[in-house]
Design a protein around this ligand. Structure first.
Ligand SMILES: Cc1ncc(COP(=O)(O)O)c(C=O)c1O
Length: 380
């Protein structure tokens, strides 16, 4: 099997699964229970929070454990809109957000908020000047995706954050789900108020994530009930998943520097090979893109055809994002880049992990060199 769909999800590391098994077997007490079994679970959660905080160089109390990226984005965006609605009703985001942010803004519009959606250029990048020009007195939140999940385009988060120094009334949320370990953010150098991460994108397990909430920022909770997670996320904690996420985070951080050089090699080799094939157009920008994603289309070929042919030989790639890949519509992200309807409907995404090898890339390129001309002939 060759798995090149790591933007959709990554394979959990063996050590991470073992940690999950061990904790869920031996530490099954409810962290809110007052007996020692409960207290032991609570201690493990706080240890995990401290470990991740140290690696991110933030404070443990700035971490809210969530169920993943979708919840983190919802909590940051809806939670800020609700907590600060008396301050203003204007929000700024981009046309190229993941659905878990974009759809939140669409629903907030129905509740009376006004949203500015920033356009991108043909490389998929927003203009920081345009973002600054869009800020008004009643702007309460700006939310920007760091690394685009379909194309890998990186938005200039550090620059935005530097420019926001002059606008202390505006909160800044970053969807960092695709960037973790691959395009790191340095929290000490930038002012980010909220930042979303998801464990299953860095070889952790599905159903776990975290939201960074900078000290002093207010949020309304989406869930009401218990007082877990500093009253921001009611519900019994997924103790084993949280501890397993801390493990995945540590292992990912250790591999980050070397792993990223390796990812760059895989990406460069793949792009060099795929470019030689007739009718291939690459949508991932050459500059300002993450090391693990390549998005391309082949003429107007239906992507399902190639995806099925590859999966028959044990190679797994995808169309657009996993959440929307079943919708038979052009990609909103590629349309925003000015790519025509047909090409935006036929894109294929290949996404690597540091566990992939150059031999795998070469083998897939060989498969593509044979398959693509055959499929193009069949499709006429
Ligand atoms: C950029 C981005 N944000 C948010 C999410 C949602 O994360 P989760 O699957 O953990 O809900 C994803 C998942 O693909 C993503 O790629």
């Amino acid at each position: 099997m060759i798995y090149f769909d790591n933007s959709a999800t990554t394979k959990p590391l063996e050590e991470v699964v073992q940690t999950y098994l061990k904790v869920s077997t031996n530490y099954f007490g409810n962290p809110s229970s007052l007996h020692t079994l409960g207290m032991d679970s609570q201690i493990l959660i706080e240890k995990a929070r401290k470990q991740i905080a140290e690696l991110l160089k933030i404070k443990p109390k700035e971490i809210i454990f969530t169920s993943g990226g979708t919840e983190g984005n919802n909590l940051a965006i809806k939670g800020t809109a609700q907590a600060r609605r008396n301050r203003g009703k204007h929000l700024i985001t981009t046309m190229v957000e993941h659905a878990s942010s974009y759809e939140v803004f669409q629903s907030l519009e129905k509740e009376g908020f006004e949203v500015t959606y920033l356009n991108v250029n043909k490389e998929g990048h927003i203009s920081v000047d345009e973002l600054i020009e869009a800020i008004r007195q009643d702007t309460i939140l700006i939310s920007v995706i760091h690394v685009n999940n379909e194309t890998g385009a990186i938005q200039p988060i550090e620059e935005i954050s530097r420019r926001l120094v002059d606008y202390p009334h505006v909160r800044f949320h970053v969807d960092h789900v695709q960037g973790v370990h691959k395009v790191p953010l340095h929290f000490n150098d930038v002012r980010i108020d909220f930042c979303t991460m998801s464990a299953h994108k860095f070889h952790g397990l599905k159903g776990n994530g975290l939201l960074y909430v900078r000290e002093g920022n207010r949020l309304s909770s989406l869930l009401h009930g218990g007082e877990q997670e500093f009253k921001l996320r009611a519900g019994t904690e997924n103790v084993a998943g949280i501890v397993a996420m801390a493990k995945a985070f540590r292992l990912g951080s250790e591999h980050s520097r070397q792993g990223n050089q390796h990812l760059e090699t895989l990406k460069t080799t793949f792009i060099a090979g795929i470019k030689k094939i007739d009718k291939v157009v690459i949508h991932t920008p050459v500059k300002g893109s993450a090391p693990h994603i390549v998005n391309f289309s082949i003429g107007h070929m239906k992507p399902e055809v190639l995806i099925q042919s590859l999966s028959k030989v044990g190679v797994y790639v995808s169309t657009k994002s996993a959440c929307s890949s079943k919708l038979n519509e052009p990609s909103r992200i590629l349309l925003a880049q000015g790519i025509d309807d047909k090409k935006a409907s036929s894109a294929i995404r290949v996404s690597f992990s540091y566990l992939n090898t150059e031999d795998e890339v070469k083998r897939v390129l060989n498969d593509l060199e044979t398959m693509i001309p055959e499929l193009l002939q069949v499709q006429g």
